[in-house]
Design a protein around this ligand. Structure first.
Ligand SMILES: [Fe+2]
Ligand SMILES: [Fe+2]
Length: 329
């Protein structure tokens, strides 16, 4: 995952920009030309992208934790290899996205600091615990599935480095979704206890997955400008609907029930309608009070501290190499 639309406002107002340059910039976007790092861009476009790409990168990195919890307890060698490969992919997505953010003039260290200090957000979904191995299935199926819905349109985002990064990432997310659904199929064809585990995992991850698309459009502070600048192509509610319409038949195929008593198919619109989303829970988890927020950040900070010697050694080695190259020149 996991570009979630979050309601964080910019801390400082943006200066009035040169109107002529602004018009040329918008014309370029309207003509579907990519904006590259060396092209002039409005400050707010730059800030919006830094926020979105870095939130996305943080989500990839923090998102490794709930699944890392099950690597040593995967039921077979094949399942362990799949899970390891998926988690490594997520690390790669994070690093790729940090690089894309750096092209906007922010350093990786600044972005790490924002995450570690709690100033930057990451997707709320990763603050839920993974209680059974069936959660590996539900996460791949639902969380990576929701991520794909969000991210496919980002392959056409107006900012070139982000759009290109998303092409590789989406291909890998697709593998993640399939391996998750494959776990669900295996469990749903298994013993009654395995079926019950699969249903329980769906029950716990369904609503948090719907929250991954962010607040309702009427409450989404960044949507309008992001649409105009073609950072975003579809609204939060539009993408959420697409996800529900795709996922309900998949649950039916598994023989599982979606934990929403109000879910009904509307023959007139050909869409599945869902019951109310608990936005209080969403706000609570985003504000830091989800079931695992503290644990996730504690682990992340510990990993940063444990890796300090590696960074120091790499920097010392680079300095030595540079000095040797200068001496030889
Ligand atoms: Fe990912
Ligand atoms: Fe993924």
């Amino acid at each position: 995952m996991y570009a979630q639309a979050l309601n964080a406002r910019d801390p400082a107002p943006v200066q009035a920009e040169d109107l002529e340059r602004l018009a040329a910039f918008q014309a370029r976007i309207d003509a579907e030309e990519k904006i590259e790092p060396n092209v002039w861009m409005p400050e707010q476009y730059r800030r919006t992208l830094i926020r979105q790409i870095s939130q996305h990168a943080h989500s990839e990195i923090i998102g490794m934790q709930p699944e890392g919890n099950w690597v040593t307890r995967a039921p077979t060698l094949k399942r362990k290899a799949q899970l390891l490969a998926k988690i490594q992919d997520e690390a790669g997505h994070g690093l790729y996205l940090y690089s894309a953010a750096e092209t906007l003039g922010v350093s990786r260290e600044e972005l790490y600091d924002q995450l570690l200090s709690g100033q930057a957000k990451y997707s709320s979904i990763f603050n839920y615990p993974t209680l059974t191995y069936a959660d590996m299935g539900a996460i791949g199926w639902l969380v990576d599935g929701a991520a794909i819905m969000n991210q496919i349109p980002l392959c056409r985002c107006s900012y070139g480095p982000y759009a290109r990064a998303m092409i590789l990432i989406c291909k890998e997310e697709s593998f993640h979704q399939r391996q998750g659904y494959d776990i669900m199929i295996a469990m749903c064809h298994g013993t009654p206890a395995q079926r019950a585990m699969a249903q329980d995992a769906l029950n716990r991850f369904w609503w948090p997955s719907l929250m991954m698309f962010g607040p309702h459009d009427t409450n989404s502070v960044h949507s309008e400008l992001s649409m105009k600048w073609k950072i975003k192509r579809f609204t939060n509610d539009g993408l959420r609907q697409k996800f529900i319409d795709a996922t309900v038949p998949q649950a039916q195929y598994l023989g599982l029930s979606i934990p929403d008593p109000n879910l009904r198919f509307n023959d007139g619109t050909s869409h599945w309608e869902h019951g109310p989303i608990d936005w209080d829970e969403f706000a609570r988890v985003l504000a830091g009070d989800g079931p695992c927020n503290r644990q996730r950040m504690k682990h992340r900070r510990q990993a940063e501290a444990d890796g300090a010697w590696v960074r120091e050694a790499a920097a010392a080695y680079a300095t030595k190499q540079r000095a040797a190259a200068e001496r030889a020149a």
